[in-house]
Design a protein around this ligand. Structure first.
Ligand SMILES: [Zn+2]
Length: 113
């Protein structure tokens, strides 16, 4: 389950940021997860509970913002939402390799006190 190692590294960033702010507790962690990131949100939540045990983020709320995939077709100069990792334009059928969004996996903010 690669969500576990991904969550460990994101939690590491969150904990470091909380330390920098002199925080005693992390209340909420916000993540952006792209539809094509290959990450399962439920698995992330599970990993979050496991990783935060015995840290100042224990019991914190995990907020996941899902980002839908968006592709650009250079042939038609239009954007479309690919259903999967193969991005063929619904207008001309040409395969586009220009993914504008949908692969995100990032920590956007944390709430601490
Ligand atoms: Zn096209």
């Amino acid at each position: 389950m690669h969500e576990l190692s991904l969550m460990e590294s994101m939690l590491e960033i969150a904990l470091e940021s909380a330390r920098d702010r002199g925080a005693q507790k992390i209340h909420q962690i916000d993540l952006r997860v792209g539809a094509l990131s290959g990450v399962v949100p439920e698995a992330l939540e599970f990993a979050f509970d496991a990783c935060t045990q015995n840290t100042i983020a224990a019991g914190a709320n995990l907020k996941i913002e899902l980002i839908s995939a968006l592709c650009h077709c250079e042939n038609c100069d239009r954007e479309f939402s690919p259903p999967d990792i193969i991005y063929d334009c619904p207008n001309c059928g040409k395969i586009s390799s220009k993914l504008l969004q949908g692969r995100e996996l990032q920590l956007t903010s944390i709430e601490v006190s």
